[in-house]
Design a protein around this ligand. Structure first.
Ligand code: DGJ
Length: 760
């Protein structure tokens, strides 16, 4: 047996074992190299174990089972469509002579150790047509994440049409009943946790909208019998790193096995591979824990901080992507040939300093809507600086023709009637006030009422003889076109080159419709679903390389583009346009299932809320927003001096707790949906700093609220309240809990408590 770092291969038995920090994943070559059988995903295993697992799993099924058509539906790691299989396949390809099924043989393996990662590549080749499918598995030192993706290569001499190709096919152990938890919602109501008990058949979650979507998010947990809780029980979880249309199928097959498989949505998509072409599927990461939903989230958070945020591609995709033909892929125009485009961030698995703490941000959108002006923005900036804001962001409305949402998108020049001397004077004023400056853009969109559309009506997705459906009075630019991708890069590159902009909020306010490209009719225009997103990633990677100091936020009408793919290109995500702090608690609780607090942008806005009309105390609004990366989005010119003073005090308090909230471990102690209050505990890595944030709604029947039991403290240590010095034993806080200040009286009350572990 050869030890391949943390990936073990038993050549005689044909088994592989992936060992993560505390879990294991195993599979074996069967059927003379024609199949890769899944063996294990769960608790850690000794290196010798897979051979015995294979012996247990192998053998012919009983005679009566063999008469069932499901007899061949075995848990294979990746299933090319063909033969007697009727469960969801992983791959479906059409060949030039009309053959539409795939058969393959294992042909090669490679193992690469890079930085803190080990990657195993297994090649399976269709001997008749030369389609090579490489199954990739990556494990990360110190994490329980297994990351999977597939790579397809046409090594034959005829084109191959790929009709369906998944990133990964995850098999779960055979258990009596499974609960699926997932995130669903809509605009202003993103990332609510939903659940379903899976029965025989398929449960399909997807986006067909061209973006990740507000409706569903490509993340899940599965727990047997619905028995897991926030702090205990077996949980399997997965997250797909893709920001376009996606699909995940949860299927309890006729053979009685559960799998979760998916990747790009195959609806209306296909990709033609010419000889030598490659297609790299996006990473689909998975994890197992026996310590409940909270532990699963903490694993996602820590891994995202170490290996995802702002780090670009993790599957080393360098093609095919936006390129100015002919020439190297994804090269910013003007950059010398050969210059690495991903140079801004450390590569996959390479150590980096970790994401920087998020500055306290101000955003002008709710205060001004489209009515921006130099004077108005400066007045807001002065007020923002007064309360301790560190970054000032001007939102929509600053460019030519943009008086409302009917016009202007596409014409990315500063409106001289609003900013007669350009952006410089405003940026200088913002900088002089001690803040960095950020700008909103929506580069993938165009209003028909714009110079861009008048010049290039063919640049949007459209079908001949069909209506171009507008949403928010806008159309989607065809970013799959290299000339459009060039143009989009150039617009943002120019803005960043001409102005001292340190932050870009990249918005995307409508889903795709009429996803056509008439000029490419007959040349596989259905590829746009994938090529749009590939080019988006390439543009963002190129911008980050050309402007390494600039930070980015992903926004899509709120949280419509929140996923691990975009998170490789941004530092933060706009969670929702719904800034009502009471509604926000549930949205944030869902968001926190997979995304770490530091990427969750949360603004404090005005009361009553512009949308819901709800009135909430300023302190409550702050305490809810402090659960992530704090921003202010209210009309500060209308805040009273008392409110300004209270806001300044709360911003100062946030800066004290910020490292623990943004870089610590999150324990969701209580959920406002199910408990008398919602409460989060954030624990610093060394366990010495504890932050509690809690929020509750109206009281009923005069009842109080019980103490909140803390988590993961040292029972034998003493903890002191940093504000009033009161001391507690860890055991007391764990068992009896902490009485939240104000919890007995207030309606819509909240609490912030900071505890520090005493050294003796
Ligand atoms: C949608 C975003 O979610 C808002 O924050 C704001 O930027 C508007 N777009 C601007 O049009």
């Amino acid at each position: 047996m050869a030890s391949l770092a943390d990936i073990w291969h038993d050549q005689a038995a044909g088994t592989w074992l992936l060992q993560t920090r505390s879990t294991a994943y195993a599979f074996a070559l069967t059927d003379s190299g024609a199949a890769l059988r899944h063996l294990h995903w769960g608790p850690g295993l000794p290196a010798e174990a897979p051979q015995a697992l294979l012996a247990g799993a192998g053998g012919e099924p009983p005679r009566w089972e063999r008469y069932r058509s499901s007899a061949r539906e075995r848990p294979d790691e990746y299933v090319p469509w063909g033969g007697l299989r009727y469960d969801e396949p992983s791959l479906k390809a059409n060949y030039a002579d009309g053959t539409r099924s795939t058969e393959w043989r294992f042909t090669a393996q490679r193992l690469t150790r890079r930085g803190a990662t080990s990657t195993l590549e297994l090649d399976f080749t269709d001997p008749a047509y030369g389609l090579v499918t490489t199954l990739n598995y990556r494990v990360y030192d110190g994490f329980d994440i297994v990351e999977r993706w597939a790579l397809l290569r046409n090594s034959g001499d005829q084109p191959i049409l790929i009709r369906q190709a998944h990133s990964a096919n995850w098999w779960l152990p055979d258990r009596a009943r499974w609960r699926l938890r997932y995130l669903h919602g809509g605009w202003g109501a993103e990332t609510n946790v939903a659940e379903a008990t899976l029965g025989p058949g398929k449960f399909v979650l997807e986006s067909r909208r061209g973006t990740t979507s507000h409706q569903f998010n490509p993340w899940f947990t599965l727990d047997p019998g619905g028995r897991a809780s926030e702090d205990g029980g077996e949980v399997w979880s997965g997250a797909l790193a893709w920001s376009g249309s996606w699909k995940i199928v949860y299927e309890l097959t006729s053979a009685g096995h559960l799998h979760a498989c998916g990747g790009w949505n195959d609806f209306d998509w296909s990709s033609r591979l010419l000889p030598d072409d490659r297609l790299v599927l996006p990473p689909f990461a998975g994890l197992y824990t026996d310590a409940g939903f909270g532990a699963a989230s903490r694993e996602w958070h820590a891994w995202a901080r170490a290996h995802v945020i702002g780090r670009g591609d993790r599957n080393d995709v360098t093609e095919p992507r936006w390129r100015t033909a002919p020439g190297p892929a994804a090269r910013p125009p003007g950059a010398p040939a050969g210059e690495p485009v991903d140079g801004a961030a450390p590569g996959p698995g390479e150590p980096g300093a970790g994401p920087r703490l998020r500055p306290v941000l101000y955003n002008s959108w709710e205060a001004t809507s489209f009515s921006v002006s130099q004077g108005g923005q400066e007045r807001l900036a002065e007020r923002a600086a007064q309360i301790g804001v560190e970054r000032f962001v001007m939102d929509d409305g600053w460019f030519s023709g943009r008086e409302n949402d009917h016009a202007g998108l596409g014409d990315w020049t500063v409106d001289p009637s609003k900013f007669p001397l350009g952006l410089d004077p405003l940026i200088e004023r913002v900088n002089a006030l001690g803040m960095s400056f950020g700008l909103w853009v929506e580069p993938e969109m165009v209003n028909p009422d714009s110079d861009l559309y008048r010049a290039h009506p063919d640049w949007v997705y459209h079908f001949a003889h069909r209506t171009r459906s507008q949403h928010r009075n806008q159309l989607v630019l065809n970013l799959a076109r290299p000339d459009v991708a060039d143009w989009v890069f150039a617009q943002v590159d120019r803005l960043l080159g001409d102005n001292n902009i340190e932050f870009i909020k990249w918005d995307m306010n409508r889903p795709f419709s009429e996803p056509g490209w008439p000029a490419e009719a007959g040349h596989n225009p259905e590829r746009i679903w994938v090529d749009h997103v590939r080019n988006l990633y390439a543009i963002m990677d190129a911008l980050r390389a050309a402007h390494p100091g600039v930070e980015f936020e992903s926004c899509s009408g709120g949280g419509g583009r929140a996923d691990l793919g975009i998170l490789g290109r941004v530092e933060q995500i706009w969670t929702s346009d719904n800034t009502d702090a009471w509604d926000r608690i549930a949205i944030q609780e869902g968001f926190s299932q997979v995304f770490p607090p530091q990427v969750m942008m949360a603004w404090v806005t005005d009361s009553p809320n512009w949308w819901t009309g709800r009135r909430l105390p300023l302190r409550f609004r702050f305490h809810v927003a402090m659960a992530g990366a704090l921003g202010i989005g209210g009309d500060l010119g209308r805040w009273t001096e008392r409110e300004m003073a209270e806001a300044a005090e709360l911003v100062t308090a946030y800066k004290v707790i910020r490292p623990v909230v943004q870089q610590g471990r999150l324990y969701r102690l209580a959920s406002a949906a199910a408990d008398p209050y919602g409460a989060h505990e954030y624990l610093s890595e060394d366990g010495a700093q504890v932050v509690i944030l809690a929020w509750w709604g109206p009281s009923s029947c005069g009842g109080g609220r019980p103490a909140v039991r803390l988590a993961a403290l040292d029972p034998g240590a003493r903890y002191a309240d940093a504000d009033n010095g009161q001391q507690y034993w860890g055991a007391d806080l764990l068992h009896n809990g902490l009485t939240l200040p104000g919890a007995r009286q207030d309606d819509f009350g909240s609490a912030l408590v900071r505890l520090v572990r005493r050294s003796s």
